[in-house]
Design a protein around this ligand. Structure first.
Ligand code: SF4
Ligand code: SF4
Length: 368
């Protein structure tokens, strides 16, 4: 449902409406040479005219001088840190004077957060994180509390980076689900579409004008052109059988020669959910916090089981990453774990490209 048109000069009214409803707004801002999500209080803080140039192992920003706020693809962050925190305490234990130990849950956070500028690939990744953290046998209370308090303002992607391949995974560039509002950015403003009841209530506060047929056509054309401009792709959406039939393929040795086992790819990946747990005791020894920390299948400790590190070398760690992400994820969640955001390609220090590795092992091209 198209709700109407918001001129760019009135973008602040969206932030004001969210602030009035009790949300902290988080949106794209330029920091340390990248577009990252940070607290947003004024529309002028948005990255007006910024464009990202991405390639394997490379991410650069440039100023184009155009008036748009969202003419970039994605930065290193997705929604993952806002729902699955990189480090968070889950419970604490305390020893009293008689030596008795008591455990107490640390309450999940309750902050209401509005995230502005969310891309279709990241909404698809959030759906997968929802499946993992809150739709299993037991919902993770920390994840669920953060997720419940989110309102999501998507922006259809019209400027994909060279590393993007969401068309080939079926996850973009148009946001089709799980948003509260979705914006189409045009030269003079935004088509605003509500996707939920909170989104409709928000849109009602924005005094939108009626969108013209020309504006709707221009928005649809831009998304279509954005999809056509993507050239990178995975060989198929179903690579499970091909990957498991090639567990001894020589390409695993080849990629292991290049891979640093640094784990950057898993940190930036919006769907990776592995974590480790640790105790953080006080020096006095009377309190301890139990922490959950992001982990990676590229670390030594990740495959340590009872006196043995199962994946002791980079070859088996990279193989684990790819065969899980593109293979056994189908068994767990009914689809691949890749949404085509391209982050693991741009933020890999040696420029390893998941689409090239998948094609080399499974057959098929990476550019089309
Ligand atoms: S595997 Fe790479 S391209 Fe796919 S979702 Fe993760 S970071 Fe994005
Ligand atoms: S593929 Fe790249 S980012 Fe991932 S662990 Fe290897 S070197 Fe690091």
């Amino acid at each position: 449902m198209e709700s109407g048109f918001l001129p760019r000069t009135r973008f602040q009214t969206l932030l004001d409406a969210l602030h009035r409803a009790g949300y902290r707004c988080v949106g794209p801002r330029v920091r340390d040479g990248a577009i990252v999500y940070d607290t947003l209080t004024r529309a002028e803080e948005l990255p007006r005219g910024m464009r990202d140039r991405q390639a394997p192992g490379r991410y650069r920003l440039e100023q184009t001088g155009n008036p748009r706020f969202f003419s970039w693809a994605n930065g290193p962050q997705a929604l993952k840190p806002f729902v699955f925190a990189p480090q968070e305490p889950l419970w604490r234990s305390e020893r009293n004077a008689s030596g008795e130990i008591r455990f107490a849950e640390i309450s999940p956070p309750a902050e209401r957060l509005a995230i502005i500028g969310v891309r279709a690939c990241d909404l698809a990744a959030l759906r997968l994180q929802d499946r993992h953290f809150q739709e299993g046998v037991v919902a993770d209370s920390h994840y669920a509390a953060r997720r419940r308090n989110l309102i999501l303002i998507a922006v259809h992607c019209t400027h994909p980076a060279d590393t993007c391949f969401c068309v080939s995974t079926g996850d973009g560039p148009r946001a089709t689900q799980d948003f509260d509002l979705a914006l189409s950015e045009l030269d003079d403003g935004y088509l605003v579409q509500a996707g939920s009841e909170p989104g409709r209530e928000l849109a009602a506060q924005l005094t939108l004008t009626r969108a013209t047929a020309a504006q709707r056509e221009a928005a649809a054309r831009e998304i279509e052109e954005s999809a056509k401009s993507q050239t990178r792709r995975l060989p198929s959406r179903q690579l499970r059988d091909a990957l498991f039939a090639n567990l001894e393929h020589p390409r695993w040795n080849d990629v292991a020669e290049r891979c640093l086992s640094c784990g950057n790819c898993t940190a930036v990946c919006p769907t990776c959910f592995c974590h480790s747990e640790a105790e953080e005791p006080t020096l006095a020894g009377d309190h301890s916090r139990h922490l959950r920390l992001w982990d990676s299948c590229f670390t030594q400790g990740h495959s340590y089981i009872h006196g043995l590190t199962i994946r002791a070398d980079t070859r088996t760690r990279y193989r684990q990453w790819l065969t899980h992400k593109l293979g056994s994820w189908h068994d767990q969640y009914g689809r691949s774990g890749c949404v085509g955001c391209g982050r693991c390609i741009a933020w890999c220090p040696v420029g390893i490209d998941i689409t090239e590795e998948a094609a080399a092992i499974c057959g098929g091209g990476t550019h089309g």
